[in-house]
Design a protein around this ligand. Structure first.
Ligand SMILES: [Ca+2]
Length: 291
């Protein structure tokens, strides 16, 4: 249940109470309600989740063109949980400029809300020129395919990369034994690809990724270990509203497939929003109880 719904329900209960009980008891209930509303306001709200147990990509949309036959697939041989997981080919024989990808559009998430994208990924090969990752995107018009105002990718990438050192400085340090992330519009050099050098090397085992985006910065956890030495600035994206999730890089990976499972995107509304809602409910009650 969302925090907003909780507050509305509690307000309704209060209105009923005001009609039947005294002011002192009402004040006590009001205080209790504030506590409940504040706690519920901190709860994460799921935006999208998929473990592919439908056995297909029915929750997604493909970007395929006829020249790009290597589509992501849902299969039951390499899975993290359940019976099904997504697979993305590492080969492009279609002659197109890129491989097919899958995406999900969702209602834009306010910049003030915290976002967490969790997913599990497995590679055919641990090191080298693998390019398998997921992306969280923000479009200017909140519609896939328009002008981007931010793109954050997490996974494996073989190109030029940066690393953020402990003091927040940037150093070029390409390392395809490690996992990577990208902050496309960050103001950083080298296209904003970063080595997650604080976490363990890539393996061919299922690996958990947690991308955490807050107004304080961007962090990526690999199997629970923070991969970047210090939080990355959201750059020019301070007003962004995330609206799209993309699976697959659209790039070849020297024939190595990548697999994805148990994807979950959550938002945590800003606490101040919930306090404002609670105060509004209290004001309404006070007004009613004076009548
Ligand atoms: Ca699954």
């Amino acid at each position: 249940m969302s925090g907003k719904v909780v507050v509305i329900l509690i307000t309704y209960v209060h209105v009923l109470c005001v009609a039947s009980i005294g002011d002192a008891l009402m004040k006590r209930i009001l205080l209790l309600t504030f506590a409940i509303a504040t706690v519920s306001g901190a709860q994460a709200m799921s935006i999208f989740s998929d473990g592919f147990e439908s056995g297909d990509f029915s929750n997604w949309t493909g970007t395929t063109t006829p020249a790009e036959p290597e589509k992501p697939f849902v299969q039951n041989n390499v899975v993290h949980t359940g019976n099904w997981a997504a697979g993305v080919s590492g080969t492009n024989t279609g002659g197109g400029s890129g491989l097919d990808r899958q995406y999900v559009s969702f209602a834009p998430v306010a910049a003030s809300d915290d976002l967490t994208l969790t997913f599990w990924m497995k590679l055919d090969a641990a090191s080298g020129n693998n390019r398998h990752y997921m992306e969280l995107r923000s479009y200017v018009g909140d519609v896939f395919g328009g002008t981007l105002d931010q793109l954050i990718a997490v996974g494996a990438y073989n190109g030029v990369t940066n690393a953020v050192d402990g003091s927040g400085g940037i150093a070029t340090a390409s390392n395809t034994n490690k996992w990577q992330m990208r902050l496309a519009f960050s103001g950083y050099a080298n296209s904003g690809w970063f080595v997650l050098d604080q976490a363990a090397n890539r393996t061919t085992e299922w690996t958990r990724f947690d991308l955490n985006v807050t107004t304080a910065g961007v962090n990526v956890y690999v199997d629970g270990v923070l991969g970047n030495a210090s939080a990355l600035s959201r750059g020019n994206s301070t007003t962004w509203t995330a609206d799209t999730l993309v699976l697959g890089s659209g790039l070849t990976s020297v024939g190595n497939n990548g697999y994805y499972d148990d994807i979950n995107l959550e938002a945590v509304p800003e606490p101040a929003t919930m306090v404002a809602l609670g105060l509004g409910a209290a004001a309404l009650l006070r007004k009613r109880s004076k009548k």
